[in-house]
Design a binder for this molecule. Structure first.
Ligand SMILES: [Mn+2]
Length: 444
C-alpha cells in the first residue's frame, strides 16, 4: 500500500501537494491529518465530491510499503505515522521546501528552497506530461499564492512565478482562490485586529523595523496568522510578531517576516515551534507574554539585558572527534555519551562539526568506514567565552545551528548548545520553563 501524507495544520500548499502526489503516484492513497487550517477545511467541505481522503486512523500501518511525504520533513509534524519511523523496508519519498531541520530519511527526495512545495511537484507533473484539471489548477495556485504571499515573499523564486503562469494557463480560477485564500474577516477577527492595531509596538532591532503585539484572545478566533500578516503590511514593518494569550497560561506566538535577517522559522524552532524563514509559530506554556516579547527582541538583536557570560554556561572540557576517525567510530562515541554532535579537532585546531544527523544521511553501509573529515560541516561558527549568552543564541538562530564551539585566542575551550542558552533565559522567566512541543495549527 502506498500512502501520501503531509503536516498537521494542513495549509493549501500541503493539501495541493497531497493531491499532486496522487497524480504523480496513481496507486497512492491520500491521507490527511485530522487538523487542517480553517480555510482548507472550508475548501474541502465545498469540494467533497472531487477529492477523497483517508484519516490516519483508517490506515493499517502494517500494510504500508511506501510513504510519500510532502511539504514537511519531520516525523513529529505528521499525524499518526510516527510508528513507521523504524519500519524495515519502508520506502519513503519526500517533496519539501523547508530548511534542513527534519529527521525523515527518504530513499528518494526532491528538496529545494522554493516559495511553495507545489512548485516542486508541478515540475514533475510537467515533466511527466500529466494533464491538470481547472479544479486541480485552482487548488495548486491557492497553495502557491498562500505560501508565497501572492508571489511577494522573499522566498519566492522565478520557478514559483513560472508555475503560477502555468496554472493560470491550465484554467486556475482566481475568483475561487480569493474566496478561500483571503476569506473575509469575521466579527471576532475584526475586533481583534482593531485591538492589535492599538497595541502594536514598533522598534528598530539590529536595523530592522519590528512590530510586537501582546494581546489576550477570548475564546477561539480563526486564523490568527492572517491578522499578524495584515499588521505587518499595515504597519509597513520588516517583521511582525503576535503573542496571543490563549487560555490560562498558554501563549500562541506567530511571526511573519520579509527581511532576510529575521529568520522566523529558526527563531520559532529555538522557542520550541517551527516554520519557514518568512513564517512560523510556537505554542508556549507557562511563560509570561512579556518574557516572550523580550525573548523575541533578544533573538533578533542579540542583545540581552543579562549579566551572564558564555563561559558560565558552556560545557567543558569538550568531547572532540579526530578528523581521521571513521564515521562509525564517531557515531558510537556520540551515542554512548548521548550527544547529538561534536567538534572535529586536530592538534588544537578546530576543523569542523560532525553530528549524528550527518551520519544518518549516509545511505550505504560501506560509507560508515569513511573518515569524519569527509562529512563534517565547515566552516564552523564560534563564539568567545566573554560574550553574552544572547549573542550566542543570536548566532545559533541566524545560522540555524544547535551548538556553538567556544574559542578563546584560537583555542577550543568549551561548547554551548541551544538548550544551554535557553535554560539561561528560562531561568529569568517568572513562571519558568516548559515548552509545549506540539506544533500549533498556524505553522505554515
Ligand atoms: Mn509549504
Amino acid at each position: 500500500m502506498e500512502i501520501v501524507t503531509t503536516h498537521k495544520g494542513t495549509d493549501f500548499d500541503a493539501l495541493a501537494c497531497v493531491v499532486a502526489a496522487t497524480l504523480l503516484f496513481p496507486k497512492a492513497i491520500a491521507c490527511l491529518p485530522k487538523t487542517q487550517n480553517p480555510n482548507v477545511r472550508s475548501f474541502l467541505s465545498l469540494h467533497k465530491d472531487h477529492f477523497s481522503f483517508l484519516w490516519p486512523t483508517d490506515v493499517d500501518l502494517h500494510r504500508v510499503t511506501r510513504l510519500i511525504v510532502v511539504d514537511t520533513n519531520a516525523w513529529h509534524r505528521l499525524d499518526g505515522f510516527q510508528a513507521l519511523e523504524d519500519k524495515k523496508g519502508l520506502e519513503i519519498y519526500l517533496y519539501d521546501h523547508h530548511g534542513n531541520d527534519g529527521d525523515i530519511q527518504p530513499v528518494w527526495q526532491c528538496r529545494q528552497a522554493v516559495g511553495a512545495a507545489i512548485t516542486l511537484m508541478l515540475r514533475d507533473l510537467k515533466a511527466q506530461g500529466k494533464t491538470i484539471s481547472p479544479i486541480h489548477a485552482s487548488l495548486f495556485l491557492a497553495g502557491l499564492y498562500e505560501d508565497t504571499g501572492n508571489l511577494t515573499f522573499a522566498s519566492t523564486t522565478a520557478e514559483d512565478a513560472h508555475a503560477a503562469a502555468y496554472l493560470l494557463e491550465a484554467g486556475a480560477d482566481l475568483k475561487i482562490l480569493s474566496t478561500f485564500v483571503n476569506p473575509a474577516y469575521d466579527r471576532k477577527q475584526k475586533d481583534l485586529l482593531f485591538g492589535m492595531l492599538q497595541k502594536t509596538e514598533i522598534s528598530n532591532l539590529n536595523g530592522s523595523w519590528v512590530s510586537i503585539i501582546q494581546i489576550g484572545v477570548d475564546g477561539y478566533v480563526e486564523n490568527l496568522a492572517v491578522l499578524v500578516q495584515t499588521i505587518r503590511q499595515i504597519m509597513n514593518v520588516d517583521a511582525a510578531f503576535g503573542i496571543f494569550s490563549v487560555s490560562g497560561s498558554r501563549c500562541l506566538v506567530i511571526g511573519r517576516s520579509i527581511a532576510d535577517s529575521i529568520n522566523v522559522g529558526a527563531m520559532m524552532r529555538c522557542m520550541g515551534g517551527g516554520g519557514h524563514p518568512g513564517a512560523g509559530s510556537t505554542m508556549a506554556k507557562a511563560i509570561n507574554p512579556g518574557v516572550l516579547a523580550a525573548w523575541i527582541r533578544i533573538l533578533i538583536s542579540g542583545k540581552g539585558h543579562t549579566s551572564g557570560k558564555v563561559r558560565d554556561l558552556m560545557t567543558t572540557p569538550v568531547f572532540t572527534v579526530s578528523p581521521e576517525s571513521t564515521m562509525e567510530a564517531a557515531a558510537i562515541a556520540l551515542r554512548n555519551r548521548a550527544f547529538h554532535g561534536a567538534p572535529v579537532v586536530k592538534q588544537d585546531q578546530l576543523l569542523g562539526i560532525i553530528s549524528l544527523r550527518d551520519l544518518r544521511r549516509l545511505k550505504r553501509k560501506n560509507r560508515h568506514q569513511l573518515p569524519v573529515k569527509a562529512f563534517m560541516s565547515t566552516p564552523v561558527h564560534t563564539i568567545q567565552p566573554w560574550k553574552n549568552p544572547a549573542a550566542a543564541t543570536h548566532l545559533m538562530v541566524k545560522h540555524d545551528i544547535g551548538r556553538l564551539p567556544v574559542v578563546d585566542e584560537g583555542r577550543l575551550v568549551g561548547i554551548i548548545t541551544r538548550s544551554d542558552a535557553m535554560s539561561h533565559f528560562y531561568g529569568l522567566c517568572p513562571l519558568n520553563d516548559q515548552l509545549d512541543r506540539t506544533c500549533p495549527t498556524d505553522v505554515k
